[in-house]
Design a protein around this ligand. Structure first.
Ligand code: NAP
Length: 475
């Protein structure tokens, strides 16, 4: 898309925004429809939200998506709010209102909509799921769950069991929604009381954050008895494509769906509101294929983890067996710079080394295929790197206990970060700080405490094979 003086700007405000898939949707539609607009993500802090909304209006920005953590607070800065978004209490789309000199809308600002709800409704209708007169259950009572409650009620559900770990939140949502509809359709419950639901053929929406990558082996409810009652399960999570909740639903004979289409449609609906167009069906389908490719199709295997977690040993062996190339980012940087890692640390400092790591990832993203990549232990420290790693491949976080790491690396004089009087203490400290960063950067965790190379390789191969199969089913 060529940017010129007439290019319209649309975008996203949130924090963080670097992993967003929305540019794939909006820029993909603009390109295919020949519409001269560009979609850009903006990271906005809480304190800057009001300025961001006013600034966007002043800059003539056509419209914005709003994501976590601003979906509620942004409502304070809008000129108008769509009725459904008002009842849900969350806005994810801002549409520029007519200019102040227009006679019909003498307002200068944005109108807020909730296209998450509209997107989910379009998905379930398309998947042939009718809620009219049906018993439904929603797991979770956070921002997304509120949109699901509204949708269930507007689609004529007979009952909505609203289960949440913090029951007070479920009660508050139920009270507001029942008052709005003037009937007691929403029944708030504590999550652990799921056994009290005495229904068959439940349509269940999973709206908690449990099961989201990299914690892919968890579901918010795991009791088989619950799943005996479920005929349809929709997980609002789409990463991974096939969540544990979905697996439990299908294992017990139900039909399961993720909500990547909800993401697609909330974007398409926002795009239509901003540009006052109808996006044709074939373009929507092409954009959905782009989205699935971007989300699920990966060419490379990437290992992250602390020093001594086995990234190089496992990586080399795996590459050999899977007939893939092997690449170590530290060696790659040494080759590119002609300097050793200890030399770079000593002469230029850690910050300079981290910059080299980012440059290496940017280069690898555009060049490598069919490769197993072992990364330096500090690679995911920079947020930017975490995003790049996911673009390069499926990211496996090799985990191990501090004591096991210590046994593996003690006496290794080539590790600049371990020089000092108490390496064990240093390992403990570094791991405490780094674990959340590794978790954020990973698609999946692989435990290596067993110290058994065969076992670790088998776990990675199993996931990679399942992952490959899932991609084929999805595309
Ligand atoms: P949120 O407002 O933070 O709500 C999180 C929910 O998860 C709450 O109900 C919370 O319960 C529950 N939860 C968190 N940790 C839990 C635990 N350990 N045990 C039991 N329950 C737990 O998040 P949200 O914005 O509603 O998003 C929820 C999910 O929907 C996320 O996974 C998000 O990715 C997905 N989503 C998907 C789309 C899409 O387009 N497909 C759109 C929006 C959201 P408490 O209230 O007790 O803390």
């Amino acid at each position: 898309m060529e940017i010129d003086g007439k290019t319209g700007l649309i975008g996203l405000i949130g924090n963080p925004v670097e992993h967003t898939l929305s540019p794939v949707i909006h820029n993909g539609i603009s390109e295919r429809m020949g519409i001269n607009s560009v979609y850009v993500p903006f990271q906005v802090e809480k304190e800057g939200l009001e300025d961001a909304v006013k600034g966007a209006y002043a800059l003539n920005i056509l419209g914005m998506n709003v994501t976590v953590p601003h979906k509620n607070q942004v409502m304070e800065y809008l000129e108008d709010i769509d009725e459904a978004a008002g009842h849900i209490g969350a806005v994810n789309t801002l549409v520029r209102m007519k200019s102040p000199d227009s006679k019909d809308t003498p307002k200068a600002g944005y109108k807020g909509y909730n296209t998450d709800m509209l997107g989910l409704r379009r998905q379930i209708r398309e998947d042939g799921i009718s809620l009219n007169g049906k018993n439904t259950a929603i797991l979770g009572a956070g921002g997304a769950a509120k949109a699901v409650v509204y949708m269930c009620l507007s689609e004529g559900a007979k009952t909505v069991y609203l289960l949440n770990r913090t029951v007070e939140k479920a009660e508050a949502v139920a009270k507001a929604m029942n008052a709005f509809y003037a009937k007691e359709v929403v029944i708030p419950m504590a999550l652990q009381d799921y056994g009290k639901i005495d229904e068959k053929d439940l349509i269940v929406f999973q709206a908690t954050s449990i099961g989201l990558a990299p914690d892919t082996d968890s579901a918010v409810l795991e009791d088989p008895e619950f799943y005996e009652k479920v005929s349809v399960g929709v997980d609002l999570i789409y990463n991974p494509a096939d969540t544990k909740f979905m697996r439990l639903v299908t294992e017990h004979g139900g039909k399961a769906y993720n909500a990547l289409k909800m993401l697609l449609y909330q974007g398409v609906i926002a795009y239509e509101l901003w540009h006052d167009v109808k996006v044709p069906r074939d373009i929507v389908e092409d954009v959905y294929t782009d989205l699935k490719r971007k989300m699920y199709q990966k060419d490379n295997i990437v290992f992250i983890g602390f020093m001594g977690s086995g990234k190089t040993t496992v990586g080399k062996e795996l590459a050999k067996r899977m007939k893939m190339d092997f690449l170590d980012t530290d060696s790659y940087i040494e080759n590119r710079t002609g300097k050793s890692i200890p030399e770079i640390f000593a002469k230029e400092g850690e910050e300079a080394f981290r910059r080299l790591e980012t440059e290496a990832l940017q280069h690898l993203r555009d060049t490598v295929k069919n490769t197993v990549i072992s990364t330096g232990g500090g690679m995911p420290l920079k947020r930017e790197n975490a995003g790049l790693l996911k673009e390069i491949g499926r990211v496996y976080y090799l985990t191990a206990a501090d004591s096991i790491i210590y046994e593996r690396v003690k006496g290794d004089s080539d590790r600049p970060l371990l020089r000092g009087s108490n390496p064990y203490e240093r390992i403990h400290e570094l791991m405490k700080n780094r674990a959340p960063l590794y978790e954020r950067a990973a698609d999946i965790w692989v435990d290596t405490n067993c110290n058994d190379l065969e076992e670790v390789i088998a776990r990675v191969k199993k996931d990679w094979a399942q992952f490959g199969n899932r991609i084929k089913e999805q595309l």
